[in-house]
Design a protein around this ligand. Structure first.
Ligand code: PAF
Length: 277
């Protein structure tokens, strides 16, 4: 496995693969890898001849009050997991490779970026769309995969790649869960033991919303009940429980696939999750 820190080195290796007609996949990550990331690595390994994983904790998707400084980082562990999974190249760019002095360009997917997560984290999807656009242009993979755990992020990236005519197929990978239903996330390490015990309630409640809505219960009541349940269970705040159109994330209108999405706080940790109706 090659580990490279500059765009030029990555492009040279990818050009060598392209010369002999090999296809390329990319799994962008911020490191602190868990089984959710590894399922994405395995999902694309059969779909392309060569695989790249990137590790970059992207500062532009964190607000000044968020956890950039303390975001879990363990490069040695990440690299050994990627090597064991048979990844060909790991791109762990220096900060100056991604954001040079005088970097002024931002990529914004309008509307999709402003709702749900965008209401409480207005900076977030601009940071994500910008860094992912850069990674896709730097590596020029045939396919790139993102976890459905961050469902709105997946919708934003799909839209960005389509709008910018990036020649890449964007795939979504199913959320990997702990045995009690909690969606795997690098941020789960922030949870105290008591919070960890409560955390699976989020998945439980959104699953119940999905079941009720599928049976024809009114969306608004199902969402309100779930938010109240989370509140009484001991969640500190519920940012939203919503049922939306699975593609546009606009309020669901019926006759189209729907998704239940939620974000709620346990102590200082903000958990998000989603399921299909
Ligand atoms: O989901 C993540 O880990 C990040 O948002 C991503 C897509 C790697 C962009 O920094």
């Amino acid at each position: 496995m090659e580990v490279v820190r500059s765009v030029a080195e990555m492009r040279e290796i990818v050009a060598g693969w392209r010369k002999v007609g090999e296809s390329v996949s990319l799994v962008p990550t911020m490191g602190a890898l868990h089984d959710g990331h590894m399922s994405l690595v395995h999902a694309v390994s059969e779909k392309a001849d060569r695989s790249i994983a990137s590790i970059f904790v992207n500062p532009t998707q964190f607000s000044p009050s968020e956890d950039f400084a303390v975001y879990p980082r363990d490069e040695a562990r990440d690299l050994s997991m990627l090597e064991a999974a048979g990844v060909d190249l790991v791109f762990t760019p220096e900060m100056t490779q991604m954001y040079r002095e005088g970097h002024r360009t931002k990529v914004e997917v309008q509307e999709l970026s402003q709702l749900l997560e965008g209401e409480t984290r207005p900076h977030f999807f601009i940071g994500v769309a910008t860094v992912v656009a850069k990674l896709l242009i730097q590596a020029m993979p045939d396919i790139a995969i993102f976890g459905e755990k961050d469902y709105q992020q997946l919708c934003v990236i799909r839209s960005m790649a389509r709008d910018l005519d990036l020649p890449v197929e964007i795939l979504g990978g199913a959320t990997v869960r702990e045995s009690d239903g909690l969606a795997m996330s690098s941020r789960n390490t922030y949870l105290t033991n008591a919070e960890r015990t409560l955390a699976p309630r989020l998945h439980h409640e959104i699953t119940s919303v999905a079941t009720r809505v599928a049976k024809g219960d009114p969306i608004e009541i199902a969402c309100k009940d779930a938010a109240n349940e989370l509140d009484s269970a001991g969640f500190n705040a519920v940012d939203y429980v919503a049922v939306r159109d699975a593609e546009t994330l606009e309020p669901a209108t019926g006759g189209r696939p729907m998704r239940v999405l939620a974000a709620a706080w346990l102590g200082k940790t903000r958990l998000i999750d989603n399921v299909a109706v």
